[in-house]
Design a protein around this ligand. Structure first.
Ligand code: CUA
Length: 333
């Protein structure tokens, strides 16, 4: 009984919160929920009808065995009865209805992306997400990592790429999954309908840290989005005290800057998450750890113990270097 309770709790736990395919906070997700409900109702009705018919047939057969003479048991009939015609029509109507509903759901989802007002490229890497927002004016391009911000009610087109293996882009509250395939570009359409904080998750096994490849999604008002975007357009904040300055010097002249970019500084690496506004994000290492000073210490000191196999090496920092790097990163709002 306790086991059943635990399983039930786990199942219901999946029905709420930041990563929930039944959340319905996106246009596509709402469409899927409607289609899913229709399939459930039709299939449940069909199942009940068939079950009742089966029980009735067994019941009649049982009575017949008791009353009818033995020879008649082996007689079969090819007669087209009204019941047979009724069943056939019922099944045909059910199947055609579900097919038509699927078709219109697909058309409606496609229409969501027909006139995007926001375009971004999400590139998957083992095991993090590179995000770039595009505008006709290239000086307005913004690059970030492991997070996307979307204005509510604005259709967005997400171009999807991969730098290594096949991944899958999935924000359950907003839309269905879409694969990211090396050497090809795919795309996904997002039309968020409710503001909130959601969680995206890679949905295709892509190596040891597949489970730790998440994406923080913020759906906000247009004004909040514009504010966030304006902040992202700014270069990184300059170090404000000697400790931050020491961190700045380490990050921009030693190992870190070879992989990470921090706009406005000499750190211009392109193979790891952009850190220009790192401190404004909600998590560390693609959703692996909530962003906190303690977690940041742990991550910078020894990323391999936090997320084994990821491509950030454990450098072996002196404690003074560690303090200064953390102080500098925390200032990158
Ligand atoms: Cu990327 Cu799983």
């Amino acid at each position: 009984m306790r086991r059943v309770g635990v399983i039930l709790a786990l199942c219901l736990g999946g029905c709420a919160g930041v990563q929930n395919a039944l959340g319905g906070q996106g246009a596509e997700d709402s469409n899927f929920i409607r289609l899913f409900t229709l399939f459930m109702v039709v299939c449940t009705a069909m199942y009940l009808i068939v079950t009742v018919a089966l029980i009735a047939a067994l019941w009649r057969r049982r009575k017949a065995v008791l009353t009818i003479d033995d020879r008649r048991h082996h007689q079969t009939s090819n007669a087209v009865t009204p019941a047979l015609i009724g069943w056939t029509i019922l099944i045909a109507v059910g199947l055609v209805g579900l097919t038509v509903a699927s078709f219109f759901t697909d058309r409606s989802n496609a229409a969501n992306g027909s006139n995007p007002q926001l375009t971004l490229t999400v590139t998957a890497n083992q095991w993090w997400w590179d995000v770039e927002y595009h505008f006709a004016d290239v000086s307005r391009t913004v690059r970030t990592a492991n997070e996307i911000h979307l204005p509510v009610g604005v259709p967005a087109q997400v171009r999807l790429k991969s730098n290594d293996v096949i991944h899958s882009f999935w924000i359950p509250n907003l839309a269905g999954k879409q694969d990211l395939i090396p050497g090809r570009q795919t795309d996904a359409q997002l039309l968020p309908r409710k503001t909130g904080l959601y969680r995206g998750q890679c949905a295709e096994f892509c190596g040891t840290q597949h489970a730790n490849m998440a994406l923080d999604v913020t759906v906000e008002s247009k004004a909040d989005f514009d504010r966030w975007y304006a902040a992202q357009l700014q270069p990184a904040r300059a170090p404000a005290n000697p400790l931050q300055l020491a961190g700045y010097r380490y990050v921009t002249t030693r190992e870190c800057g070879a992989c990470h970019n921090i706009t406005g500084t000499p750190a211009s690496g392109q193979v790891a998450p952009d850190l220009t506004h790192f401190a404004s994000r909600r998590s560390i290492a693609a959703g692996t750890l909530p962003k906190s000073t303690g977690n940041l210490y742990g991550w910078v000191a020894d990323p391999q113990s936090q997320k084994p196999g990821n491509h950030m090496p454990t450098v072996g920092l002196e404690s003074s270097e560690l303090h200064s790097i953390v102080a500098y990163l925390e200032a990158l709002k």
